[in-house]
Design a protein around this ligand. Structure first.
Ligand SMILES: [Zn+2]
Length: 302
């Protein structure tokens, strides 16, 4: 398996969900081993790597910070890049927050599909989890476990007639991400809008970029999936797991978790070198397993 980048550039623009600041992003091909790197083009191309050690405050969105330079709401874009199998990419941005666009990852996935994938002449490196790690806070928990592929299971439980208990379990691939998660939008409860506004959040929020749940229904339907909320939480989870910095070979289970627990898991995982190893492909990836029989030597007619 070779490392990848995108073949061409792709651009988008829009407001940030929390800051309301209008900005532009441009996805740019990057060389092998560059990783996923944001570049603040408004600050002399200041680079912020999408890696666990750059995680800043995390509440209603995941923000990165390096040497005092902040970049907010990275999760939907990172979910698309990570699931699509892009190892190396520059994300040029001229503002403090990634545009929210329609509140899902679909516009970012479309950008990647337009840009296309280019293989690089360097082996892909995976972060392979060797031992389990769990983070628990009250009835919220998240765990990461050894596996030969990247799987997530995400369980949510909100006391609302349209949400309730929802669970998503899947192997993460470009295809499953496109069909199961990419279109699921961010959401908020109507009763939380004023408190969030008074905290200086969701200044760019609107009925065009978030589902708003009223006490017994949805203000701006229809939903894209009956369980759009659980699917969106799984999307958020994958976007935060991208901060591992390499594609994961692991199974992740999140139970009523959120950005804070997701990023804590990534930080603790990266900090404990006994929990994982970096591998370049001695293992058989799922595609190779399927092809294996045809590669087997033909029995000699003896
Ligand atoms: Zn989200």
């Amino acid at each position: 398996m070779l490392q990848t980048t995108i073949a061409n550039t792709a651009s988008a623009e829009g407001v940030g969900l929390h800051t309301g600041v209008f900005g532009h992003i441009r996805l740019v091909p990057a060389p092998a081993d560059a990783g996923i790197v944001f570049r603040r083009v408004d600050l002399d191309n200041f680079a912020i790597e999408a890696e666990g050690h750059n995680v800043a405050r995390v509440s209603y969105a995941t923000s990165l910070m390096k040497q005092g330079v902040l970049l907010s709401t990275t999760e939907h874009l990172l979910a698309a890049i990570y699931s699509y199998g892009i190892d190396n990419i520059y994300i040029d941005i001229d503002s403090i927050e990634v545009p929210i666009l329609d509140g899902s990852a679909e516009p970012f996935l479309q950008m990647l599909e337009q840009a296309g994938i280019r293989k690089l002449r360097r082996r892909r490196r995976y972060l392979k989890v060797l031992r389990p790690l769990e983070v628990v806070e009250g009835d919220r928990r998240i765990g990461i476990y050894p596996a030969e592929e990247f799987r997530v299971r995400c369980y949510v439980d909100f006391p609302h007639p349209l949400v309730g208990q929802q669970e998503v379990e899947m192997l993460v691939s470009p295809q499953t991400f496109r069909h199961l998660l990419a279109r699921a939008r961010t959401f908020c409860f109507e009763r939380d809008i004023e408190p969030l506004r008074s905290m200086g959040l969701i200044r760019g929020g609107s009925l065009e970029n978030a589902i708003v749940l009223t006490s017994d229904g949805v203000m701006n339907g229809p939903l894209r999936f009956p369980d759009e909320f659980g699917r969106h939480k799984a999307l958020d989870l994958i976007g935060d797991l991208a901060l591992a910095g390499l594609p994961l070979l692991a199974r992740v289970e999140a139970h009523k978790a959120g950005h804070a627990l997701h990023t804590q898991l990534v930080s603790r995982l990266l900090a404990d070198r006994s929990l994982w190893t970096v591998t370049t492909g001695e293992f058989a990836p799922p595609e190779a397993k399927i092809e294996a029989p045809s590669l087997a030597p033909v029995a000699a007619a003896d």
